[in-house]
Ligand binder design. Structure first.
Ligand SMILES: Nc1ncnc2c1ncn2[C@@H]1O[C@H](COP(=O)(O)OP(=O)(O)OP(=O)(O)O)[C@@H](O)[C@H]1O
Length: 283
């Protein structure tokens, strides 16, 4: 007879997630957004949080980024309580682009992007050629080389958004949190940013957690979607598992048809307008 104490477990251990919320409650004064939430963010994946306005996507991202302290439960980064990790170490492991970052005044694009290198510096290790390379590469990846010496105050909304994304890239953190990185961007630049996100994930192995509002783009550029609503996770899985008419109705109160995107094969969300006779007839 086999001894259970010495027989290797048949249950395969899952790898340590990049981030994990365990029984997390999040609130602002009297507004409770989540209570006892459990969520794993797998290492090396692109995970996108989707859900209706005000459902708590940014709140969750802030908790993962240590910008908001849970009222209960713990957030772990690479298997360690994020609050127990020194701030500088967190900044080397985790980069975050908030929804409304505050741009410092009288700063050039290059200066702003260079701030992404601060976690890598110290009195003993000031600016090095490696920092310059990281900044130059981030400027090139976001198409900002020609704007590098411009004052950030003179940029368009989309250019400024790209400068912030460049800062996050320059940080070279293995885990990246992006709250609505495509805000202000035209469709072509939205694709540029999402392709960039995918290449950082595939080439550098970065773990990415994003918030996006465009469901079709979310499905196209994510390994996994987490649908949030009513203070809980409504659905969690691959884009085709999650982007179903039933989930869209529950999360967004939206009637939609979901078809394969002819360009990528990922789910294409077509919202149904009840006044639109053609769409209804076609169903
Ligand atoms: N600083 C704050 N103080 C008080 N309440 C807040 C604060 N920030 C967010 N909230 C509230 O918390 C809830 C969740 O907000 P959150 O910004 O996380 O939602 P969201 O899903 O990111 O929304 P959106 O899609 O509109 O950006 C909302 O009811 C919001 O009004």
């Amino acid at each position: 007879m086999t001894d259970p104490a010495t027989t290797p477990s048949l249950v395969k251990e899952r790898p340590t997630p990049a981030l994990e919320a365990r029984g997390v409650s999040l609130a602002y004064d009297q507004t409770v957004v989540f209570e006892g939430l459990d969520l794993r963010i797998e290492t090396g994946e692109v995970t996108t949080l989707i859900g209706a306005n005000g459902c708590g996507k940014s709140t969750l991202l802030k908790a993962f980024g240590r910008l908001l302290t849970p009222t209960a439960g713990t957030v772990e980064l690479d298997g360690r309580g994020v609050r127990s990790i020194p701030t500088r170490e967190v900044a080397r492991r985790l980069a975050i682009l908030p929804q409304k970052p505050l741009t410092p005044s009288a700063t050039t694009v290059r200066d702003l992007v260079s701030r992404g290198r601060h976690p890598h510096q110290s009195l003993l290790k000031p600016w090095t050629p490696a920092d310059t390379i990281a900044v130059d590469e981030a400027l090139a990846a976001t198409g900002l080389e020609t704007l590098a010496d411009r004052d950030t105050a003179s940029l368009s909304g989309g250019q400024l958004q790209r400068a912030w994304i460049a800062l996050v890239l320059a940080q070279r953190a293995p885990t990246i949190l992006l709250d609505e990185p495509t805000t202000f961007l035209d469709l072509s630049h939205q694709l540029d940013v999402l392709r960039l996100v995918r290449s950082i994930n595939r080439e550098r192995g970065a773990t990415v957690v994003m918030v996006l509002h465009d469901l079709t783009l979310a499905g196209r550029y994510s390994d996994r979607l987490v649908v949030v609503g009513g203070g809980r996770v409504i659905a969690d899985g691959t884009p085709w598992e999650v982007l179903t008419p039933a989930v869209l109705r529950e999360a967004f109160d939206l009637d939609a048809i979901v078809i394969p995107d002819p360009s990528s094969g990922s789910p294409l969300i077509v919202p149904v307008d009840p006044d639109d006779a053609i769409a209804l007839d076609a169903e």
